[in-house]
Write a protein that binds this ligand. Structure first.
Ligand code: NAX
Length: 334
């Protein structure tokens, strides 16, 4: 039998945690052959909810589930962790300034980074879901000097999947036949969902839609409909559902980690990874790129042509990340 993989989930008593746990335990994350050991981290107020989820995990009798531990101690939670899913965060409340939000989250992701550095397994890989996800990943990484920076990532797969969903409808193509979509920059309203290289069943989507809508019509749809719809989909979900994205966020988290561990079979996807300077994104920022997973590591897809339109939008989102980095620097969080 294979050795169990230890997965640490923070915010395990929350909404996304509840949606994630049962998919991880069922084998959706690491496949039907790999047993998992779950470490659930919560703050004291969230412990009962996490303990309740642990009871339900027991009641689900998942054959792959090798054990569940619930704790409010970060060091214990990350002890021996192979995968860290950092979902718990301090949400933005009414009247809160951005600096206060960054400060509050620095108080979470700094110590969690330090606990990862001290206690996690050598092959630890981390995805940050809790917002502001990119900068939280940067903070965690800065507190884990012994862990290679490329092991800290942030989730933009939900944005990527949202784009795929929109394009499947717009091109009347099964979602599985859409390729070459990229989310660039920050997981925020400034993100740039890029279609320049996207294809539907092998046909270039810009050409396909320009033929249908006219060149001007396509540009209008792109800038006035598609991009804002994807970038503001979270707000649309809240408006329609009366509650934020939960199951889709969990599904995207599963996709991100599964592809990272098992590889990307269908061309590239999107993930926020540490920049090596590719595409003019300053080194060290955690920014979303087109990425492929090769031998268990993300690789930024190189050589894509970037036109004026794309350049402008990538730069705007990256400028926001630079600004967040400046702020957390001046707050002494990194
Ligand atoms: P919930 O409020 O339901 O759950 C968050 C849980 O985290 C709570 O149980 C809380 O007690 C716990 N928590 C807080 N601080 C913690 C700490 N220091 N250690 C451990 N646990 C801690 O929120 P939920 O709907 O699950 O969303 C979680 C996070 O995901 C939020 O920050 C949200 O903004 C973010 N999202 C990110 C997305 C992305 O694409 N990157 C999309 C979905 C989601 O909005």
């Amino acid at each position: 039998a294979k050795k169990p993989v230890t997965v640490t989930l923070t915010g395990a008593g929350g909404q996304i945690g509840y949606a994630l746990l049962f998919r991880i335990a069922s084998g959706a994350l690491l496949g039907p052959e790999t047993p998992v050991r779950l470490h659930l981290l919560e703050i004291p107020q969230g412990l009962r909810a996490a303990e309740g989820a642990a009871l339900e995990l027991q009641d689900s009798a998942f054959p792959l589930l090798a054990g569940v531990e619930v704790t409010d101690d970060a060091h214990a939670a990350f002890s021996g962790a192979n995968l860290g899913l950092l979902v718990g965060a301090r949400p933005r409340t009414a009247g809160m300034e951005r600096a206060e939000l960054l400060q509050a989250n620095g108080g979470i992701f700094g110590p969690q980074g330090a606990a990862i550095n001290a206690a996690a397994a050598d092959d630890i890989r981390v995805v940050v879901v809790g917002n502001p996800a990119n900068t939280n990943a940067l903070i965690a990484s800065a507190h884990a000097p012994d862990v290679p920076a490329e092991r800290f990532t942030a989730l933009t797969r939900l944005d990527h999947n949202r784009a795929l969903g929109q394009l499947a409808v717009a091109t009347d193509t099964p979602v599985a036949d859409i390729r070459g979509v990229t989310i660039w920059g920050n997981h925020s309203a400034s993100q740039f969902p890029d279609l320049a290289h996207a294809t539907a069943a092998g046909d270039a989507i810009p050409a396909l839609l320009s033929a249908r809508l006219g060149h001007e019509g396509y540009r209008e749809w792109l800038a006035g409909e598609f991009i804002p719809r994807v970038a503001k989909r979270g707000a649309e979900i809240i408006e329609v559902r009366g509650s934020s994205s939960v199951a889709s966020a969990a599904a995207a988290t599963i996709d991100h980690v599964r592809d990272w561990v098992q590889g990307t079979p269908d061309g590239w996807t999107s993930a926020a990874v540490v920049s090596d300077g590719s595409y003019g994104v300053p080194e060290g920022l955690v920014s979303s790129f087109p990425v492929e997973s090769v031998d268990g590591g993300w690789r930024i897809v190189q050589g894509l042509a970037i036109d004026e339109f794309a350049r402008h939008r990538i730069d705007a989102s990256v400028a926001e990340l630079v600004d967040e980095r400046e702020q957390v620097r001046s707050l002494g969080l990194i």
